[in-house]
Design a protein around this ligand. Structure first.
Ligand SMILES: [Zn+2]
Length: 329
């Protein structure tokens, strides 16, 4: 049954017509990114390597008994917005960005936009294709993970208005517009001990009028979160520094989208304020990680041993940090 469906999808989505929409009968594509497919013919014409793409005619992979109907019906393609080549990996059409680079081997990277392949100038295209096929299981798994993540991010987008909710130290906090608070207070967190189980207990009372714009509400919440971040991070740094036998000098907040924290040899620590969305143990892991760098500057086994002395379950916490989708701001 699965195999039949896959074959049917292949027929509906032939590689020869890249401009065609998603296969009939497939589930709608996620809305996370603009779905416009780049015109492969046009981009091939301007690409440095205009040779025709070898199309793999091997039969579709058997997804095995573990495949759910969703997986079988999922759009059998991934398209990088800067795609200039494509390949058929099993039953899945992958349009990827291909770059010639000064490097010694063929490199694959899967990011939020899709697959990028870079190869040295002297490697012929058929070898690139062979390498793609041999790495296809890894590539498809990563592309699937990225698509899932993008979908989770999309649902995590916050609409800033009265009643909006956001995560704070792993708990859900609900925004209440409360002009009586006055602008000076910025925000007041209140806990309702009488709420029903499963209903968020915390409300953040912002000193804003009911006519406040979404941007004003978002900025007020962010300012409040950044103050909480400074308070909590300072407290946790003070807790872990003596345990690790190090001294930290200065804390600054960052909002880099790719890094949770950095440590400099002079004892200054930078932490991403968005960490405050996570449960305290996750915050603690990042704090302990950066402080451990004041003892071991690299990520050698000795470094991880140092982290483990104060956060023994750091591996699980590290995984949560990677997997959880944070709200969009
Ligand atoms: Zn590190």
């Amino acid at each position: 049954m699965n195999r039949f469906l896959q074959l049917a999808l292949d027929l509906f989505d032939p590689p020869a017509t890249p401009a065609a929409g998603p296969a009939a009968g497939s589930t709608p594509r996620p809305k996370a990114r603009p779905r416009a497919r780049p015109d492969l013919q046009a981009s091939l014409a301007s690409a440095p390597a205009p040779a025709p793409v070898p199309v793999d005619l091997t039969p579709p992979q058997d997804l095995g008994p573990a495949a759910t109907l969703d997986q079988v019906l999922a759009p059998a393609s991934f398209t990088h917005p800067g795609a200039n080549r494509h390949a058929l990996l099993g039953a899945t059409r992958v349009a990827y960005e291909f770059k010639r680079a000064r490097r010694r081997n063929i490199g694959f990277s899967v990011g939020p936009e899709g697959l990028t392949v870079s190869a040295p100038k002297w490697v012929p295209l058929y070898e690139v294709e062979t390498a793609l096929q041999s790495k296809s299981a890894w590539i498809l798994r990563k592309l699937g993970e990225m698509r899932e993540r993008a979908q989770r991010m999309e649902t995590a987008r916050i609409e800033w208005k009265e009643g909006a909710s956001f995560p704070f130290l792993g708990d859900t906090v609900i925004v209440v517009l409360d002009p009586r608070q006055g602008a000076a207070g910025g925000g007041l967190l209140q806990a309702d001990s009488q709420s029903l189980p499963g209903v968020a207990r915390h409300t953040l009372h912002l000193g804003l009028s009911h006519a406040a714009s979404p941007a004003q509400i978002r900025d007020a919440v962010q300012a409040w979160l950044m103050r909480q971040a400074t308070r909590v991070f300072t407290e946790r740094l003070d807790h872990y520094a003596p345990l690790l036998g190090v001294q930290w000098k200065k804390l600054s907040l960052s909002s880099a989208s790719t890094r949770w924290g950095t440590a400099s040899a002079d004892g200054s620590i930078r932490l991403n304020w968005r960490l405050i969305h996570f449960r305290l143990p996750v915050v603690d892991y990042v704090v302990a990680h950066e402080l451990s760098h004041l003892r071991v500057m690299d990520h050698s086994p000795r470094f991880w041993d140092t982290v483990a002395t104060v956060v023994p379950d750091y591996q699980a916490l590290r995984g949560q940090l990677r997997d959880e989708a944070l709200p969009h701001w």
